[in-house]
Ligand binder design. Structure first.
Ligand code: PNS
Length: 160
């Protein structure tokens, strides 16, 4: 049984994330999408909300589950017996950022990181850009699932 973890903040989940999770699900027997819960970070959505949105988004993927973790990702991987971490790469900046983390995680426990290139059409999509554009009234339709768009609109209105 080959099990992989797709970790991230998912604040909120985008079609870029869903693309990577779906492709990881074709490479591994099981994929666990792991929402990082770090109390010191300021998020737009709570961990519970992020998990709920991910569960809705991944509902059609039979071998994908959604969970959360705190602390080190390598400890979570060991806990659930995952052999690999899957990360999407949009370009060189992502690679520069992800490579030392992959090397550190490999050093810590030997867990492998598998980089999957983002589908070209989604290469500009990130949670932070989606939030920024939506905050200033830009249209992010099609970049996140409709249910996420609805929650995003509501949350930003509450915050305004
Ligand atoms: O979506 P993000 O914000 O890029 O996700 C980053 C995340 C949560 C995957 C990363 O920060 C992480 O793995 N955090 C857990 C803490 C940890 O293991 N840090 C050491 C990494 S070498």
């Amino acid at each position: 049984m080959r099990r992989a973890v797709c970790p991230g903040s998912f604040d909120p989940v985008t079609h870029g994330h869903i693309d990577i999770v779906g492709r990881a699900a074709k490479l591994f027997d099981e994929v666990v999408v792991a929402v990082g819960v770090n109390a010191s970070k300021n998020r737009l959505f709570t961990a519970e909300e992020r998990i709920e949105m991910l569960r809705e988004a991944c509902a059609g993927m039979a071998n994908v589950t959604v969970s959360s973790f705190s602390g080190l990702i390598v400890d979570f991987c060991r806990e659930i017996d995952a052999q690999a971490i899957v990360k999407g790469l949009r370009g060189g900046n992502d690679y520069e950022y992800e490579l030392p983390m992959a090397q550190m995680n490999s050093h810590l426990t030997g867990v492998e990181t598998v980089f999957v290139p983002t589908t070209a059409a989604l290469g500009y999509v990130s949670s932070s850009l989606v939030k920024e554009v939506a905050t200033f009234g830009g249209d992010v339709t099609g970049l996140v699932p409709d249910a996420v768009l609805a929650r995003l609109t509501t949350r930003l209105a509450e915050r305004a």
